[in-house]
Each structure stands twice: as C-alpha cells, then as structure tokens.
Write a protein that binds this ligand. Structure first.
Ligand code: ADP
Ligand code: MG
Length: 248
C-alpha cells in the first residue's frame, strides 16, 4: 500500500503589491506518496518556484489546502542559488541547517560526518569550499539539506547552474544519494531529460496562471541513468508528449 504523505487541493496563489496583482497559480491539486520522486515542469514564470515556496512555508497560499500526513513535518529545501560559505569548512557548512534549527546535537553531527564520508567527502571535512569541484559542492549542499532529516525534499532547479557535462554526473550522484537515503522528492526542473530520467511521476504545468496540464507515470525497466534510459523504448514517447505539452 502506498502511503500518502501530502495532499494538495485546489491550491491558488495571487501576488499583490501596491500596483499589481499577479495570478501565479490558478488551481493545482495532486497527492504525494512516500518515497516518490516527482518532477514539476512548466513554462518559465508559471509558478513552479511559487508552488515549492508555499510547500516550504515561505510564501502564503491564497486559497486551497495543503495537508501533510503528520504534524511538524520536516522539509528540506534546496535552491539553485544555494551556496556554501567560503570561510567555513565543509563540515561547518554542512552543519548550518542544524545550527539554525538549534538541533546541533552530538548525534546529529555524527550523522552529518557519516553522510560526508559515505558520499566521497571524507578527506574534505576540514577543507574549504574552494578546494571542491562544482559537483562536490553540490553534494555538500545536499548533505546540508539532508542533515535535518527531512521527510520531504524540495529541489528548485538545483542543477541549473552547472554546465551540461557536470550536470549529468552531479544530478546522478544526487539521485543516488536521495534513493539511498530513502527520501521523497518534489523537484522543479526545466530539463525534460532530467525529469524523465529520475521521476516516478512528472507533473506538467500550463502557462501562468498555472493549472496541471498533464501527469505522467514514468516506468522503465533499466537503471535510472541518463544514457541507459535513452535506449529504452518509451523514452522518446515520454519526451515527445512532454515537449508538446510545453510548446502548445
Ligand atoms: P517559475 O518558477 O515557474 O519560473 P515563479 O513561481 O517564480 O515562476 O513566478 C510565477 C509568477 O509570479 C511570475 O509572474 C513572477 O513574476 C510572479 N512572482 C513570483 N514571486 C513574486 C513575488 N514575491 N511578488 C510578486 N510576484 C511574484
Ligand atoms: Mg522558478
């Protein structure tokens, strides 16, 4: 039995300032199940970041319901612009989330050290971000997000800043870590490839004010890997359907 952890019903968001009203989200409803990997794609400015920031409790919704299956849900939120503090060590950078939330216990610190060791950063705990590659920095950022033991991870264009070569490698590393650590994910991306490669479901949004245009269940036999997935026979049909949704 799939365990539902989140229910979003008729979510609507309008932004107001002194002069303007912007209707960002018209109506969005979907459920999220435990350990699911969901991607959200949609035209630029359609309200994808708005949706994640409402889920992360950073923005208020205008109307609708957001129902979590438990109280005090812990949300890990990772943005494209997230960066490491150059003057702090890798370990201290990875501990920031715990510090901010006043959860920096010995046990939690141990957990973070183990994650860093497990994911190839053993020799870098006391080094500074300048000694890391872009991909390693991204792993530290993810581990910082995982440090608070989130029930769900929200990733907003987390890989957009990377060039296409390292993006393939880094997103795969991140995906493997997320699967290993058994996390539920909602990822916003503008890459159809990335969405197909990693998702169990892809939600396609319409232009602003957004509604759900389509939801696709993504099923493959092979391992979730950029190159292997491309040889699967459904790959192109998923790609074509999503591409045409986005270009109508
Ligand atoms: P996306 O992430 O899909 O590109 P956003 O969620 O960032 O889109 O933005 C959706 C719409 O809401 C855009 O028209 C944007 O200009 C507007 N918007 C986003 N944030 C704010 C804000 N804080 N105040 C006013 N308008 C906003
Ligand atoms: Mg955005």
């Amino acid at each position: 039995m799939k365990n539902k952890i989140l229910e979003i019903k008729n979510l609507k968001k309008d932004y107001y300032d002194l002069k303007n009203e912007t209707n960002a989200i018209k109506s969005i409803s979907f459920d999220v199940y435990d350990k699911e990997f969901i991607s959200i794609v949609g035209p630029s400015g359609c309200g994808k970041s708005t949706l994640l920031s409402i889920l992360a409790n950073i923005e208020n919704k205008t109307e609708g319901e957001i129902n979590w299956n438990k109280d005090n849900i812990v949300i890990g939120y990772m943005l494209q612009s997230d960066s490491l503090f150059p003057w702090k060590t890798i370990l201290d950078n990875a501990l920031i989330g715990l510090e901010v939330q006043k959860k920096l216990t010995k046990e939690n610190k141990e957990y973070v050290i183990n994650l860093l060791k497990k994911y190839g950063l053993k020799d870098f705990l006391y080094k500074y971000p300048s000694s890391l590659s872009g991909g390693m920095k991204q792993r530290v950022t993810l581990i910082r997000t995982l440090a608070i033991k989130p029930d769900i991870l929200l990733l907003d264009e987390a890989f957009s800043a990377l060039d296409s070569q390292s993006r393939i490698k880094v997103s795969k590393d991140v995906f493997d870590i997320i699967k290993n650590e058994n996390k539920t994910v909602i990822m916003v991306t503008h890459s159809i490839e990335e969405a197909i490669t990693f998702s169990d479901r892809i939600i396609v949004l319409s232009k602003r004010p957004s509604k759900i245009k389509n939801i696709y269940d993504i099923e493959f036999n092979s391992e979730r890997d950029f190159l292997k997935i491309k040889n699967e026979k459904n790959y192109n049909s998923y790609y074509d359907m999503i591409w045409s949704d986005l270009n109508e």
